[in-house]
Write a protein that binds this ligand. Structure first.
Ligand code: CTP
Length: 406
């Protein structure tokens, strides 16, 4: 059998089934996954077994069904740890509003939800519920949270629902679920075995016990890069300044820091063991010379205040000086005037392999947006202007450029 007819050959997939009417389609999904070459085990909730039997799922998967947290006759029960290690991916179909709520809030009160909480590999969720539930603020909050955690959603479609109404909320067809899984799971592991350092987000420079100097960076570009590289097999050290963003991928080791000096220590100590570093962080160039450990009070009603600042270390320039043969260094540049020329100067001065020039002039690009527009300038003098695209798509372009470097 070739890769075309068995695109999931060699993959072990856990099919999670929760208690909705669409559970009757779970055996078909299992069959299609087996046909695509995967080895499949099912994990079900008690309510799922109201709609589909264990015998059916065991027959189509040729594996025992995991349904009880404490069942000593089943090798996978009480050992959700071993099942989570066994699976290369997990697809939850159907995913009820209830189990999505539990996942989003870390609740583990039965066999399936316990497994979901401990699972750290690609996770696909196929929601199925009535339209009112789908549109409820609570469901949306939970789904958004899971998406931010890196869960892949195979969205529901519109059609006739079990409750007799017509609207959005029908589980995606098993054929479409498999197609989406194949697309995602076939991502080329071209960064396998590579360690990559990424800095992301702003830095906060402490003034006193309640105040700091910061900037508007959110960290989205750096986090998108971390996800992209991790999914392509890299081990990522993500040194992150203060941000609300979350990471889910098991290949990402996140190191949270506050100040430029902390970021400097975290980055310089890790760089020697890495094949590449990409510095996206908006590092504060200056910090207060003195940091008060109490709240600074006004002296009197009229006087202003002068804050003496000193320069922070330049992390990128330091890594440029440390760089050894075989290591690759990528910087970002944020310029308002003479953009290309200044970016080119930074590339040479900081000993970079290429630099990513952020555009501040385009709507939808820069701090806080989910999209970005960049120009990549390399050591050989190639200038590649990009179009406005998602930060994840920009991350892909940067990863592709790294792989292509001589
Ligand atoms: N950078 C860094 N450490 C610093 C300052 C910047 O690692 N102390 C990195 C950023 O992460 C980015 C690159 O240097 O990859 C360029 O940052 P930018 O703010 O555009 O330039 P600066 O070098 O700070 O120069 P200037 O502010 O004068 O333009």
């Amino acid at each position: 059998m070739d890769e075309m007819s068995e695109p999931l050959r060699g993959k072990r997939i856990i099919v999670g089934v929760s208690g909705g009417i669409a559970a009757y389609k779970a055996p078909l999904l299992v069959r299609l996954l087996v046909k695509a070459g995967a080895e499949v085990t099912c994990a079900v909730t008690e309510h799922a077994l109201q709609f589909v039997t264990e015998l059916t799922l065991e027959t189509v998967s040729q594996h025992r069904v995991y349904s009880q947290l404490f069942d000593r006759s089943n090798p996978h029960s009480t050992e959700h740890i071993s099942l989570k290690d066994w699976g290369d991916a997990l697809v939850l179909a159907p995913a009820t509003a209830n189990i999505i709520g539990k996942m989003a809030n870390g609740i583990a009160d039965d066999a399936l939800s316990t497994l979901l909480l401990s699972f750290r590999k690609p996770l696909f969720v196929c929601p199925a519920m009535n339209t009112q539930m789908l549109e409820s603020p609570a469901y949306r909050r939970n789904a958004d949270r899971l998406r931010a955690d890196g869960v892949h959603f195979v969205d529901s479609t519109s059609g006739q629902l079990a409750c007799g109404t017509t609207g959005d909320g029908r589980m995606a067809e098993p054929e479409n679920i498999v197609a989406q899984m194949v697309k995602q799971l076939q991502v080329e592991q071209d960064f396998h075995g590579k360690k990559i350092l990424i800095t992301a987000g702003p830095t906060y420079e402490k003034i006193d016990s309640v105040r700091f100097i910061g900037n508007f960076s959110t960290g989205k570009m750096g986090f998108a890069l971390a996800e992209e590289l991790a999914e392509r097999g890299a081990q990522v050290h993500l040194v992150a300044g203060p941000t609300h963003l979350t990471t889910q991928h098991p290949n990402i080791e996140r190191i949270d820091v506050h100040s430029a000096c902390e970021m400097y220590d975290a980055a310089t100590s890790r760089f020697p063991s890495c094949q590449a570093a990409i510095l996206t962080a908006a590092v504060a160039d200056f910090r207060p010379e003195h940091q008060a450990d109490h709240k600074i009070k006004k002296q009197n009603d009229h006087d202003g205040m002068t804050l003496q600042l000193v320069q922070n270390p330049d992390i990128l320039a330091t890594l440029g000086a440390m760089k050894q043969a075989g290591q690759l260094l990528v910087g970002f540049a944020l310029e308002t005037d003479n953009e290309l020329e200044n970016a080119q100067k930074k590339l040479t001065k900081k000993n970079l392999d290429f630099i990513v020039l952020n555009s501040l002039h385009d709507a939808g690009a820069g701090f806080g947006y989910d999209t970005n527009k960049v120009t990549i300038i390399d050591r050989q003098g190639n200038v590649t202007p990009g179009t406005l695209k998602s930060k994840r798509a920009v991350a892909k372009d940067i990863a592709d450029k790294i792989i292509q470097q001589p």
